[in-house]
Design a protein around this ligand. Structure first.
Ligand code: HEC
Length: 210
């Protein structure tokens, strides 16, 4: 057999072997996530503050990224809600609202956690990337619902303040597998920064409520 034909055959055999290995991986639920993690680890490198530990999932993230052929059971959904609700830290002094002007800056800032950012500086919340907030801002994303007139529409009752704090602190507590970042839970925003974005949502003077 000519050399070229032989190497073609060899390539075909190797491909077939790889395919059947993949098919076997798919059949085993345990092999799937491990294989994905290996592929991710091989394609990223640690740089600055962006370490490879960012690929380590907590239990909530692991459940939420499970193979869609194995949807979460109601017990698992309940587990996500209760674990994340129990971990919410409400402001110790009971003050939910800070300065909306600072909140607007935080909502407009999308930097802070990238490898090239200074980890000593506060991170932004990037709220506009997913939400409409103030009417004057025309560049906003629509992955999340519009928050325009949030405080005006919902009032400032204790239950509403508590719900909203919890949502910003860790959206998983009220919406399992939400795509909203877990700002408090993951240490992206400080307690004071959360107060400031809360004020942006609730303060009657804030552009959100005009
Ligand atoms: C990556 C997109 C994304 C970013 C960034 C984001 N959110 Fe969200 N947000 C969502 C999605 C999606 C929902 C709906 C699902 C849910 O409730 O978790 C949501 C829901 C909310 C809600 C509840 C709305 C309601 O009707 O009850 C509030 C309040 C909120 N976000 C505030 C914020 C604030 C404040 C920021 C910035 C600090 C922010 N979000 C950043 C995607 C995002």
């Amino acid at each position: 057999m000519p050399q070229r034909k032989f190497s073609l055959l060899l390539a075909l055999a190797t491909t077939l072997a790889a395919c059947s290995a993949l098919a076997k991986d798919k059949a085993s639920p345990a092999a799937g996530p491990a294989a994905v993690k290996q592929a991710l680890l091989a394609s990223f490198e640690a740089k600055g503050q962006a370490g490879l530990d960012r690929l380590d999932q907590d239990e909530t993230q692991a459940l939420c990224s499970r193979d869609p052929d194995h949807p979460l059971s109601s017990d698992e959904v309940q587990k996500i809600v209760s674990a994340n609700t129990a971990a919410i830290r409400y402001p110790a002094d009971g003050r939910y609202l800070g300065d909306w002007r600072e909140g607007e800056k935080i909502a407009q800032t999308g930097t802070g956690k990238q490898f090239s950012d200074d980890p000593a500086k506060p991170a932004g919340g990037n709220c506009y990337a997913c939400h409409q907030l103030a009417k004057g801002e025309i560049a906003y994303g629509t992955l999340g619902p519009s928050l325009y007139r949030y405080g005006k529409l919902r009032g400032q009752g204790e239950a509403m303040l508590k719900y909203t704090w919890g949502k910003i602190y860790d959206a998983e507590a009220s919406m399992p597998c939400s795509i909203m970042p877990r700002f408090g839970h993951k240490g992206i925003l400080t307690e004071q920064q959360i107060r400031d974005v809360m004020a942006l949502l609730f303060d009657p003077q804030s552009p959100v409520n005009q």
